[in-house]
Design a protein around this ligand. Structure first.
Ligand SMILES: [Zn+2]
Length: 294
């Protein structure tokens, strides 16, 4: 995961350009949910703003797994508008066995069938996510370490919930790259202890970002990124000054935030700079992996 920088004012501008009048309609619906005290409606209007998030996240990258899909124009059915905080019901997430015994505290899910009914139309409650991440894995889960605040209407003031999942749009949450890094194609926690470590471990497990079999597409794509990057990184250290400078510029182009698996690519560059021998070993492993794929 990486952060997608945007201010609320800019996001509102983009939404209004995409779908004029959307903000007013969204505010009216939110007022209705406030009066009711719960979320319910016949039809939703958030898919109208899906292209805004798809463009913000590169040309249709998933906010969570960073895989790349088709353009906002043709790729709409490939992606969902993901509600970070579930709008109608918060269900209990069953932590996988590998997280058990790590001392990660999970707050029990609310017993009432109620969700964050004031946030179905909050612009900082959305991202564009692929169907495996959103429809298959995220569903109505929202594991936290703090206290559920289902009546709140401002994600900026809800830090006491201490969510485990990381919200990558704007600057409300920590930069995902300060929490999750990659060793080769494998995601890892940056922090060694505490909630920051738990957040990384839960997010990785929740979206199965480290499941090489079940998410083999992610591993294959990360291996391709590493295979493309290593020869360029090596060129930044050999040849004339002009050749090195040209290679550096090419690497910068390769690390464009719009491209897939940027956290993995940036982590690999950082490894190359500190331990080029290990980086070469990972590169060789990626080449070997691709050679064995049929
Ligand atoms: Zn995804």
């Amino acid at each position: 995961m990486i952060r997608y920088k945007v201010t609320r004012a800019r996001l509102e501008q983009m939404v209004e350009a995409e779908s004029p009048g959307w903000l007013a309609r969204a505010a009216a619906r939110t007022d209705q949910f406030r009066r009711q005290g719960y979320y319910r409606e016949e039809s939703s209007i958030w898919s109208e703003v899906k292209p805004v998030y798809m463009r913000l996240q590169g040309m249709g990258k998933c906010a969570y797994c960073e895989r790349e899909m088709e353009s906002p124009e043709l790729g709409r059915v490939e992606q969902d508008v993901e509600h970070f905080r579930p709008k109608g019901n918060v269900k209990a997430w069953k932590a996988p066995v590998k997280l058990k015994g790590m001392g990660i505290p999970f707050t029990p899910a609310p017993v009432r069938k109620k969700g964050y009914h004031l946030l179905p139309y909050h612009l900082f409650n959305y991202s564009a996510a692929c169907k495996p991440c959103n429809s298959t894995l995220k569903k109505d889960y929202f594991p936290i370490a703090g206290v559920y605040d289902l009546d709140a209407d401002d994600p900026a003031a809800m830090g006491a919930e201490k969510p485990y999942l990381i919200f990558p749009i704007g600057s409300l949450d920590a930069d995902p790259e300060t929490l999750i890094t990659f060793h080769g194609a494998s995601p890892q926690a940056v922090a060694q202890t505490g909630h920051a470590r738990h957040r990384a471990l839960v997010t990785i497990a929740f979206f199965m970002l480290d499941e090489a079999e079940q998410r083999k597409g992610l591993y294959r794509d990360r291996a391709i990124v590493i295979m493309g990057l290593f020869p360029l990184l090596r060129q930044t250290t050999t040849g004339t000054a002009a050749e090195k400078a040209k290679a550096k510029a090419t690497v910068e182009g390769f690390l464009n935030p719009k491209l897939r698996h940027l956290n993995c690519a940036r982590s690999f560059r950082a490894l190359f700079e500190t331990d080029p021998v290990e980086a070469e070993s990972i590169y060789s492993g990626a080449v070997g992996l691709m050679a064995t794929m049929s």
